[in-house]
Each structure stands twice: as structure tokens, then as C-alpha cells.
Write a protein that binds this ligand. Structure first.
Ligand code: SAM
Ligand code: SF4
Length: 335
């Protein structure tokens, strides 16, 4: 049970979900996420794993029930299993319902067993295509065979897997039916994501943007999609695909506004708290964290931040807006 007053924002939303970007670094360079030549944060600016544990634990004391580790690529942070292990104590005590992770899968073969051992039950793995050469083109540095090996290891360890795929115009749109059959055939959910205008990348986002309303209409020629009330705490809307029996999610930040039910905040690896993925406003938690050994300053900084959680975002992708709606990359706040 939370030991402190729960976090309720000005719009009455109860903040119960914390996403933590444990590093901004990554071993891939996905075209919609990063430029190939990225400058990463100096290591000295990062919170240590102990400090990340302290902030997460403070949020749990204030009513957070679900934590997702993300990045950058969370599994490339050195000794990351130390954090997974220490947060696992909150699962065992019942203070936390779920500890989960979003990963590109490159290191999963190595870590799947340990993740399951420390109490992780579900993970999201990002796979945008099943074609090895397209995979290389999208991720620039990734190897699909390694990711597939990681997925098999995660399944063998008993982890439930949701595949996340970003819908990219002219790249993977023709492949989505095949991806549905592949994911569902292996007992995995699949969620499709629209590209969001976050951070400068090397290309033009209007070339990549594919509204999921269009994808969904196309899928309805081939599949029977039944709306279902399934919720994972995230913003996806789910359907059941009658032909496969599996679940298909749609995350549509641009064509549909999901802010009204937003229950989450995002912590970066430097201790900055973003109250909304689509807004610049943020609160520094690192200074209050480091200013004293007790959590009073940290707790009041968190309360003050939650009191500023905005009603929603206003992403726009069109040719009149050449700049990203938000300058920081997804790898900073972790999606
Ligand atoms: N590296 C891990 C991964 O790829 O799963 C975790 C971090 S990644 C930033 C989290 C998710 O955000 C991935 O599913 C990725 O495809 C998605 N993503 C990255 N940049 C995006 C963008 N500009 N628009 C939409 N989704 C994006
Ligand atoms: Fe790395 Fe994930 Fe961004 Fe791809 S989407 S570059 S895997 S952080």
C-alpha cells in the first residue's frame, strides 16, 4: 500500500504508472527515432542505478503500481540487472503490481532468464518488419536473427511478449497482415504505433507517417476485427482478430487523442521528470534527490511536478511544420 498521499493531477487523473528511461544510448539507430550520428549524454550526468532505485521507490510510496524500464535500449545499460533485481523486492512485497520493459530484443537472449527470475512477467519487443534486409534498413545497426533468438529465449523463460511495430509508409505497410499472423501464431500480442514527431532525425517525417486509421481500414478487407475492452495500462486500443484469435493494438497519438485517461509520467536517466511525452515542461528530481539522504525534498518536488501535469499534447505532422513538435528524441523519454 502507498505510504504517502496518492498523486492526483489537476484533471483528477491518478498517476500510477512510471516509465523510466535508464539510458539514452542504444545499439540500434532506428530511422524514425535517432539520427545515425547521435550525441549521447555524458555518463557523469546519469543517475546511478542506486539513485534510479531510490526515485522509483519514492514513486511506489506515492502510489505507482506499474514501472516500465525503457530507453534508449534498457538492456545496454551496464549492470541493469542490479536495478531489475532491486525493484523486484517491491513485486514480492505487493507494493508494485508490475515491472516490465520495452526492448529492441538485441540483448534478450542474454537476459531473458534473469528478467523472469527477478519477477518480470511481460515485456514489449519492438520489431517493425520480418524481412532481414528491411530490418537492417530501419534499425541501421540491428540484426533480425539476434532479435528472433531473443524472442525465443524470452518465451522459453515464460515471459509474455507484446510486439510493437511502428507503421511506416512504403516500408512495412504491406507486411502488416504477415506480422499479425506471425505474432499471433506464437501467442504474442501485436501493437501498431504511429510515428510521433519527436527529435531531429536524418529524414523527413512526413515521408514515414502512416495514419493507423488507413492501416485499420486496409486490414478490415482481410480480417474480422472485433473491438475488445482489453487494457494494459497503456494508451493502446485493442481488437481481437477473429481469424487468428490474437489481440491487435493501435496506438494513435496523432489521429486520436488518448490523453484523457493518461495515468503516467516519465523519468529520464538524468532524473528529469516529464509529465507528458508531447510537452517540453519537466521537473528536475536529481537536485532534490542528491540534496539530502531523506526523501522529503524529492517527495515535494514530485508533488509539485504532478500539480503541473498538462491536460494533453498537441502533436502535428504536416508539411507546414518541418520542425519536430518536441525537440527531444524518443530515446530520452523512452516512448
Ligand atoms: N529501445 C527500445 C525499443 O526500441 O523497444 C525501447 C525504447 S524505444 C524509444 C520505445 C518504442 O518507441 C519503440 O517501440 C520504438 O519503435 C518507438 N519509437 C521510437 N521513436 C518513435 C517515434 N518517433 N514515433 C513513434 N514511435 C517511436
Ligand atoms: Fe534504439 Fe529503440 Fe530508438 Fe530503435 S527505437 S533507436 S531500438 S531506442
Amino acid at each position: 500500500m502507498p505510504t504517502l498521499a496518492p498523486m492526483i493531477d489537476p484533471f483528477g487523473r491518478h498517476v500510477a504508472y512510471l516509465r523510466v528511461s535508464v539510458t539514452d544510448r542504444c545499439d540500434f539507430r532506428c530511422v524514425y527515432c535517432m539520427a545515425e550520428d547521435m550525441t549521447f549524454l555524458p555518463k557523469r550526468d546519469l543517475l546511478s542505478l542506486e539513485e534510479l532505485d531510490r526515485v522509483c521507490s519514492a514513486f511506489i510510496d506515492k502510489g505507482v503500481r506499474k514501472i516500465r524500464l525503457t530507453g534508449g535500449e534498457p538492456l545496454v545499460r551496464k549492470s541493469i540487472m542490479t536495478l531489475v533485481q532491486s525493484l523486484g523486492r517491491h513485486l514480492r512485497s505487493g507494493a508494485l503490481d508490475e515491472l516490465t520493459l520495452t526492448t529492441n530484443g538485441s540483448q534478450l537472449a542474454k537476459y531473458a532468464g534473469e528478467l523472469a527470475f527477478h519477477g518480470v512477467r511481460r515485456i514489449n519487443v519492438s520489431v517493425d518488419t520480418l524481412d532481414p534486409s528491411k530490418f537492417k534498413a530501419i534499425t541501421r545497426w540491428g540484426d533480425l536473427a539476434k532479435v528472433q533468438e531473443g524472442i525465443r529465449a524470452a518465451q522459453a523463460a515464460g515471459l509474455a511478449i507484446k510486439i510493437n511495430a511502428v507503421a511506416l509508409k512504403g516500408v512495412n505497410d504491406g507486411e502488416i497482415p504477415e506480422m499479425i499472423r506471425w505474432a499471433h501464431g506464437q501467442g504474442m500480442d501485436l501493437t501498431l504505433i504511429e510515428t510521433m514527431p519527436l527529435g531531429d532525425i536524418d529524414g523527413d517525417r512526413t515521408d514515414q507517417y502512416l495514419p493507423l486509421s488507413v492501416v485499420r481500414a486496409g486490414l478490415m478487407d482481410r480480417f474480422t476485427l472485433e473491438d475488445i475492452p482489453y487494457k494494459t495500462g497503456g494508451p493502446a486500443r485493442y481488437v481481437r482478430v477473429a481469424e487468428t484469435g490474437g489481440r491487435l493494438g493501435f496506438i494513435t497519438p496523432l489521429t486520436h487523442n488518448f490523453c484523457e485517461s493518461c495515468n503516467r509520467v516519465r523519468l529520464t536517466c538524468t532524473g528529469t521528470l516529464y509529465m507528458c511525452l508531447g510537452q517540453e515542461d519537466a521537473a528536475d528530481l536529481r537536485a532534490p534527490l542528491r540534496a539530502s539522504e531523506g526523501n522529503e525534498l524529492l517527495n515535494s518536488a514530485i508533488d509539485e511536478a504532478i500539480s503541473r501535469k498538462p491536460k494533453g499534447h498537441d502533436f502535428i505532422i504536416d508539411r507546414r511544420h518541418n520542425k519536430p513538435a518536441v525537440a527531444r528524441h524518443m530515446s530520452v523519454t523512452g516512448g
